[in-house]
Write a protein that binds this ligand. Structure first.
Ligand code: C2E
Ligand code: MG
Ligand code: MG
Ligand code: MG
Length: 290
């Protein structure tokens, strides 16, 4: 009977696993093709300085509009791009595209504007090889390194190999700042802050959303903010969706906010208009409704 059962299980699961593998092969093929065909785009989400209410930075977020699949979320393809190594050329494209757009915004509208770009651990280990090329590209565009923030996660250290430290040092040596993304979701965060000279931490959305449950229990966020400031690190709150969350974070001394309350990720043109309007306005614009 056990043998019978085992065989049945095998029959039930085998096609699923095979289907799964096939789906991944097809997705990888489409990803590769999408890169060749220029199907990727960047959207930009405002990062607002809480003190002034002004959009002083943005995060570049990858969007893939696949002819048959439609819009595919990064959550559905970044992991495969990482496993397959495709994140290396894809990430290089992101860097080039983001830097060109940034140069345009700084030149035409906001000279001090900054962009945050997500960098995968795979791009920083020995499979990646283009950190030096990113720096050269910034120089070609006459952009100071300080105009760019590289967002890394704690996974970077987890997956670090002998080249990772050197690559981070190359970035930092060029003036590029580091942000620790999704802060609080990993572990031993404090040692990461010390090991890398981190400039920003981004409080993960899961903590910020707790602030919306009516109890105003801001203790955790307050503690993170106070600790970061003690260490000379600035704080960005991710996933701010309500005025209440914004108010609590602002009272706690949070430096920057990002989330639907201020604006969703948007095409470059839309952010251009927003920056123009802000530039014209003598007073800081109040936060928009998300
Ligand atoms: P992340 O870097 O933590 O980016 C923030 C994510 O939160 C974005 O999802 C953004 O759209 C979403 N978000 C922002 N504000 C709110 C809010 O108020 N409420 C809610 N519910 N969500 C909000 P997105 O664009 O789907 O990206 C997901 C993840 O994919 C990113 O998380 C990042 O880890 C990865 N990713 C995106 N673009 C790139 C890229 O160019 N390179 C790499 N390596 N990873 C990327
Ligand atoms: Mg990020
Ligand atoms: Mg995040
Ligand atoms: Mg620093």
């Amino acid at each position: 009977a056990a043998k019978e059962q085992g065989r049945n299980q095998f029959c039930e699961f085998a096609p699923t696993m095979e289907q799964e593998a096939q789906n991944r092969r097809l997705l990888l093929r489409d990803l590769q093709q999408g890169l060749d065909e220029g199907e990727f785009a960047l959207h930009y989400q405002p990062i607002v300085e809480m003190r002034s209410g002004r959009t002083v930075k943005a995060e570049a977020l990858l969007r893939w509009n696949q002819p048959v699949r439609g819009m595919v979320s990064p959550a559905d393809f970044i992991a495969l791009a990482e496993e397959s190594g495709l994140i290396v050329p894809l990430g290089d494209w992101v860097m080039r595209e983001a830097a060109c757009q940034l140069a345009q915004w700084r030149e035409e509208i906001a000279p001090a504007f900054r962009l945050s770009v997500n960098v995968s651990p795979v791009q920083l280990n020995s499979s990646g090889h283009c950190v030096q090329a990113w720096v050269a590209h910034l120089q070609d565009l006459s952009l100071p390194g300080s105009a760019l923030v590289a967002e890394i996660t704690e996974r970077v250290l987890l997956e670090a190999d002998k080249d990772t430290d050197a690559r981070l040092q190359t970035l930092q040596g060029a003036g590029i700042q580091l942000a620790l993304d999704d802060f609080g979701t990993g572990y031993s965060s404090l040692s990461y802050l010390k090991r890398f000279d981190i400039d920003y931490i981004k409080i993960d959305r899961s903590f910020v959303s707790l602030l919306s449950q009516g109890n105003e229990d801001a203790t955790l966020c307050q503690a993170i903010i106070a600790m970061a400031h003690q260490l000379g690190i600035c704080v960005v709150a991710e996933g701010v969706e309500t005025r209440e969350q914004h108010d609590i974070l602002q009272r706690a001394g949070c430096d920057y906010g990002q989330g639907y309350w201020y604006g969703r990720p948007m095409p470059a043109q839309e952010l251009t208009e927003r920056l123009r309007a802000q530039h014209r306005a003598p007073q800081p614009a109040p936060a928009e409704h998300g």
